[in-house]
Design a protein around this ligand. Structure first.
Ligand SMILES: *Cc1c(COP(=O)(O)O)cnc(C)c1O
Length: 466
């Protein structure tokens, strides 16, 4: 298996190169050269497998011969051992045709753990076998930082430096990052905003001598390996509900389009998916695109579901590549128009193709609150604000069809206690593994919003890697 770039001008790459590089050299995103395909009897043979074994079977075609089956199996078993539920991604029934897939049983209580726990181990595997070390550097507005830190803690071949805006993340989010006690974890609170943090990271990646000296690497949401790892839970849920002999639909609260693109990937791999519902909050660029065929940026407005406060969904480029029949030049032209004018459009034929599978839905904060309240009153289940958006859309859809609709629970309600309390009157409790979070000691360095200050800090903590 090899990978190509969505912009068509980078050399083909193997899985290990795709994992370690992240972005292709032409600025595009890596996608499989051809989609692996499972026929109905091959899908039927996946029924009843435990999650790590299913992950090995579904992911195997993407790895080529870069890692042995037994080495990969060890990593998968180890990765999902960090989850606090034996089903890893349990399904809960909410209504006649409506199911919730809980993706928040990992160490940081959000679905990003499902992919990142595996990614940290894959990085370690490929780096150790080359005798190399890297320094992972990233900026976070909250959730991604803690998931990346948990994924890299105690990994031999990497240090990780996460920048967050000082006093601008919630206490749960900050503590999930700063209380991790491992010597390769370095937290920096920048005296500035999230945008300042992102600009510092970009500046460090653009400083070639520094980038080489510290061997900087990223685990951001455009890494193909994250999408690959996420395809597994779509198979898991569909198999439990009767696939391949019955179709299933999914409702996905969406930001960067990574999670719902993994659902699309599973569909391309042969899983019978009827519809994909794309949930947005008031930052509804994707919903507007699905209605009009035009992608047009608008200012970002803060909402109750901050991980979906996004205007540029980077993984959408992967779907665009498929819509353009894999013509990298056509993708590049759209991306240039988008950068220069803030918008681009697809043809009516392309829009019809998208709409044959995808459907958008949006909820503002008031509607999100109503959704949390409704599900709590009617099912006793507490939803976080991101999950509540997808679940409300799924509820509407599930009443119009007899195809089962699976709604993705992307975060534990205790990650967003204020919003949940306001809507339901209940303050959700942290799970056992984090119940002493407020008593743990924190490690974090406050730095000014200056590249040189952050670079000196990193040199001091990590030193030149060799
Ligand atoms: C990251 C995140 C999302 C958005 O997922 P994408 O893959 O970026 O579309 C939704 N909900 C929660 C809780 C998240 O942390």
């Amino acid at each position: 298996m090899h990978y190509v770039s969505t912009r068509g001008a980078a050399p083909r790459a193997s899985f290990d190169e795709v994992l370690l590089k992240g972005l292709a050299t032409d600025g595009g995103l890596f996608v499989p050269e051809t989609w692996p395909h499972f026929n109905a009897s091959e899908i039927r043979a996946l029924r009843g497998l435990d999650y790590p074994t299913l992950a090995c079977r579904v992911i195997a075609p993407f790895l080529g011969n870069t890692i042995s089956a037994s080495d990969f199996e060890k990593l998968a078993v180890d990765a999902y051992d960090t989850f606090d539920n034996p089903a890893i991604v349990p399904l809960v029934q909410l209504d006649v045709n409506l199911w919730l897939m809980e993706l928040f049983h990992g160490p940081t209580l959000a679905f990003k753990d499902v992919a990142l726990q595996l990614l940290g181990r894959l990085f370690d595997h490929f780096l150790s076998s080359r005798g190399a070390r890297v320094t992972i550097v990233g900026a976070t507005s909250g959730d991604t930082g803690s998931a990346a830190i948990e994924a890299c803690r105690d990994r031999e071949a990497m240090d990780i430096v996460i920048l967050h805006p000082h006093n601008r993340v919630s206490e749960v989010q900050r503590r999930q990052m700063t209380t991790v006690d491992a010597k390769n974890i370095h937290n920096v609170a920048v005296e500035g905003t999230f945008d300042d943090c992102q600009n510092l990271v970009k500046a460090m990646f653009n400083d070639q001598p520094f980038r080489n000296e510290l061997r900087l690497a990223a685990v951001n949401s455009i890494n193909w390996a994250r999408i690959m790892a996420q395809t597994v839970y779509y198979f898991h849920a569909a198999l439990a509900l009767g696939a391949p002999d019955r179709e299933v639909s999914f409702s996905v609260p969406t930001g960067n389009f990574g999670n719902v693109f993994a659902a699309y990937s599973a569909h391309k791999m042969g899983l019978p998916v009827a519809r994909l519902y794309v949930g947005s909050n008031r930052n509804d660029i994707l919903t507007r695109f699905l209605e009009s065929g035009e992608m047009a940026v608008a200012p970002i407005e803060p909402s109750l579901s901050p991980s979906m406060d996004i205007q540029i969904s980077s993984n959408f480029e992967r779907l665009l590549f498929e819509l353009h029949a894999r013509d990298g030049n056509a993708v590049l032209a759209d991306m240039i128009a988008f950068r220069d004018t803030g918008k681009f459009s697809v043809t009516a034929a392309m829009q019809a193709k998208v709409n044959s599978l995808f459907e958008g839905g949006r909820l503002d904060d008031a509607e999100t609150t109503v959704s949390i309240e409704y599900f709590y009153k009617n099912t006793g289940v507490l939803l976080d604000p991101h999950t509540a958006i997808g679940a409300w859309i799924a509820r509407g859809a599930s009443r119009k069809t007899d195809v089962p609709v699976v709604s993705l629970a992307t975060a534990h309600p205790a990650k967003f206690p204020q919003a949940v309390q306001l809507a339901s009157g209940i303050t959700p409790a942290l799970p056992e593994s984090l119940s002493d979070l407020y008593n743990r000691s924190e490690r974090c360095t406050v730095l000014p919003n200056e590249v040189s200050a952050v670079q000196n800090f990193i040199r001091d903590k990590v030193g030149p890697t060799s």
